[in-house]
Design a protein around this ligand. Sequence first.
Ligand code: UD1
Length: 419
Amino acid sequence: MDKLLIRGGRPLHGELRVSGAKNAALPILAATLLASRPVVVRNLPHLHDVTTMIELLGCLGVQVIVDERLGVEVDASTITNFQADYELVKTMRASILVLGPLVARFGEAHVSFPGGCAIGSRPVDLHLKGLEAMGARIEVEGGYIHAYSDGRLHGAHIVMETVTVGGTENLLMAAVLADGQTILDNAAREPEVVDLANCLIAMGADISGHGTDRIVVNGVSDLHSCEYAVMPDRIESGTYLVAAAATGGSIVLRGAAPDSMDAILQKLKETGAAIEIDGDTIRLDMQGRRPLPVNIKTAPYPGFPTDMQAQFTALNTIADGASSVVETVFENRLIQTHEMNRMGAKIKIEGNTAFIQGQASLTGAPVMASDLRASASLVIAGLVAQGETLVDRIYHIDRGYECIEERMQSLGADIRRVS
Ligand code: UD1
């Protein structure tokens, strides 16, 4: 199994181009199931999760063609079955995103029930309740969710109990082909939800209010072809910015979406980093200084993203002072702190809060990644630590970061993949 070997202690310096956003690419690929004509998706990141979603579309019988400009053309008219198997869903929970499109367009969907994962129980009850409110019949049997609709789904007023990104996306995709108006209240406002809505609009959907907590959808009978470029990845951007800040370095990110990163950029400024924004370019310079500690509390957008919590926790371990990190979105997302403590970090967990006493330095150690963002945080910890860190189970990191070791090397990091 591949591992990452890092010799820490070098500040990162350099320039990177930001990839397309994983969390926008996945729902957009699922949304191609709704169109009766081929849809071309551009700026897809080269990630395992994206390959898995393309594989899932292939298993449904959908034709997927990669064109000469690395765009992916998806033609859902060739679909032959409506089942997302356990084997795929267990490797990627986001497979649940085909549920809404399949039942809305074909009246039938069978998706393996995604289980919990390292960061929490992660139920999908709100996806199912919303589809039922739109007239779908849902049965759970043999580990699968079976959803049926006789004819078109119908519009409904749905108030979601919790802000859920995937739930909002599934119901939004189902609503675009439903008969009549759907109102999604307490909807997720994440930029990736907005990107999905914009793609659906480019396919002919009638949607307003995306980016607010009330999304209004007037169903249409058919969606057509379009060409759509996925937005830049704000979490990948944030991860490299934090890595540069934690090591006292400097970085220029090109092709970023700074407007989607207010909470992240604000916290980076609090660490003492000098930040300049110029269009889609973000420049960060830590000028060799040790970061100041920052208190974090995760929340749905526009609050601080849970997907950046672990990386900032890593930065706080070597910051000049004490900090607290409160995780409110997932119940078990502070697990990486135990591995950081093995590297000399001083982190105490009480409930959903990590209390961190910043240390002058960490020491390298063999550590184990437990989920995608936790692995990125262990890479950051390895980059700031003295000596060698070996990060195990990095298959998690390949799900969400394009060629992380090559990109880190281009910034001057001493990191390589070993088996
Ligand atoms: C998405 C992102 C993930 C990010 C998360 C929160 C993708 C592919 N993944 O995950 O990277 O960390 O948003 O920003 O976009 N919940 C329920 N019932 C439901 C659905 C969710 O109780 O039916 C709860 C979850 O357990 C969690 C909270 O709602 O506590 C937020 O989860 P949700 O926003 O749905 O996360 P995902 O869409 O799975």
